[in-house]
Design a binder for this molecule. Sequence first.
Ligand code: MN
Length: 199
Amino acid sequence: MIKELPKLNYAYDDLEPYIDALTMETHYTKHHQAYLDKLTAAIADTSLEDMELEDILMSPNSIGETIRTAVLNNGGGVYNHNFFWSVIGPAEGKTPNGELLAKINELSGSFDAFKEEFTKSALSLFGSGWTWLVQGKDGKLMVMNTQNQATPLTEGYKPLLALDVWEHAYYLKYQNRRADYITNWWNVVNWDNVAKMLA
Ligand code: MN
C-alpha cells in the first residue's frame, strides 16, 4: 500500500489559466491527502496494508465488512486522484493519434464527437463523481460515470482518461459553471499519457 501521494510531474500553476494554482494545491494537499490519511487509518493493522491498492479495489469482497465502505470510498479517492493527475498536465495543444485515435473513432465516429459525448456525460452526472474513458475486456472503449469515489476498476474496466466532476475540482475558479470547467479542462489533457494506458 502506498504511504505517500505520488509527486506531481508539474507545478501547481502549470495548468493555468485552465485550472488555477489554488485549486490544484488545495485539491492535492487537502482533498487527495485526506483520502490517503483516511485510507491509511481504515486499513491499519489489517492484511490490506500489504496489498496493492488496485488489487483491493478490483476485489472488494476481500475487504472486511466493517471497513469495506471506508476502504472503497477513501481507496477510490486515492486511486482516482493518482490517475487524474497522471492524465493531465501543461497545455500542449495535442490531440489523440495512432491506436488511441482509431479506438476513439470506433467509439464515437470522430474526436470532436467523442469530446461531445464525454462532456455530455460529465454534465449529466448528478452530485459528485467522475467521468471516464475506459477500456473493456473486449478492448473496446466506453464513456462512463462513477458516483462519489467509485472506480471503474471495481467494475472490471481499465481507466484511460478521468475527469473529476466533484465541485472541489473547480469551484474556486468556476463556481457553479461546470460546463466552463469541462471546456477548459480539455486543454490540459495529456494525450500521450492517455495513450500509454491502453491495454
Ligand atoms: Mn477531487
